[in-house]
Design a protein around this ligand. Structure first.
Ligand SMILES: [Zn+2]
Ligand SMILES: [Zn+2]
Length: 267
């Protein structure tokens, strides 16, 4: 059983490394800055998050069995798989959008999310570089309606696979924009303008998969084909894994930074 996701990681590396070389948005070494820390994130986060989601799903399904009428769960779970998957993407990404926006807006939450924004050399592995609390809270909020409403196991499995690959794709160092579909499907170009450490990118492009949510809620950053000058944050995020895990829990005085991209004016 691949509980740490090592086999999955090797398969992803075999696919993303050659494609990032072929379609590189900017020159970047495979053995880049922060690679070792990202690999620790893959191994540890994968295990912690899987365990948290399994416990969360079991408890939500238990509550749903009592509270939600069977007529609703049977109607939802009985729809065609493709329709259930489309609905799951829409519901979860609305949850991701607002949770992500809260992580930027609320200073106590930003400390956790600053860890993800601390990535200086962005590539597919950046998808895993997040504080576990950030991911677990986001998944708890975005997945609760899915377990509650009775979507089928098969549709949740298909969605999980799509989400897994999509989140690596949007973090990848590839010059891909998706042309006219750029409003519908998040591209690397869309998400890199969330990670750019430039004022025009602060508090923009919160959606995980569906950019039209940012258009609807006024946070879309249409930067064309411009390439960010730099990634990262001005916050003093440590460079080691355990330093980053402990960072949001340190005394506030060591954390506040007026340059953090989370101000009323930026939202
Ligand atoms: Zn963010
Ligand atoms: Zn990201």
């Amino acid at each position: 059983m691949d509980i740490f996701g090592i086999k999955a990681l090797l398969i992803c590396a075999l696919i993303f490394i050659p494609f990032e070389n072929l379609f590189a948005e900017r020159p970047q070494k495979i053995f880049r800055q922060g690679l070792a820390v990202d690999l620790i994130y893959v191994l540890f986060n994968s295990f912690i998050i899987k365990a948290a989601v399994v416990m969360m799903a079991a408890s939500i399904l238990g509550v749903a069995a009592i509270l939600v009428p069977q007529s609703i769960t049977q109607a939802v779970g009985g729809q065609p798989i493709w329709l259930q998957v489309a609905e799951i993407i829409l519901i979860t990404d609305a949850g991701v959008y607002w949770t992500h926006r809260a992580f930027h807006k609320i200073p106590a939450l930003w400390k956790f999310h600053a860890v993800h924004h601390g990535i200086k050399e962005l590539d597919w592995l950046g998808a895993f570089h997040s504080h576990p609390i950030d991911i677990i809270v986001t998944k708890a909020i975005s997945l609760t309606p899915i377990f509650f409403l009775g979507f089928s196991e098969a549709s949740i499995a298909v969605f999980s696979l799509i989400y897994f690959w999509h989140t690596m794709l949007v973090h990848s160092n590839m010059r891909i924009t998706f042309g006219p579909l750029k409003w519908l499907i998040a591209s690397p170009q869309f998400h890199r303008w969330h990670h750019a450490n430039q004022r025009e990118a602060y508090d923009k492009n919160f959606a995980g998969q569906l950019p039209f949510l940012d258009v609807m809620f006024g946070t879309y950053n249409a930067t064309g084909n411009k390439v960010p000058e730099k990634y990262g944050v001005d916050d003093p995020v440590p460079s080691t894994y355990f330093g980053q895990i402990g960072y949001p829990l340190l005394p506030r005085g060591q954390l506040s930074n007026p340059a953090a991209p989370s101000t009323e004016a930026d939202a």
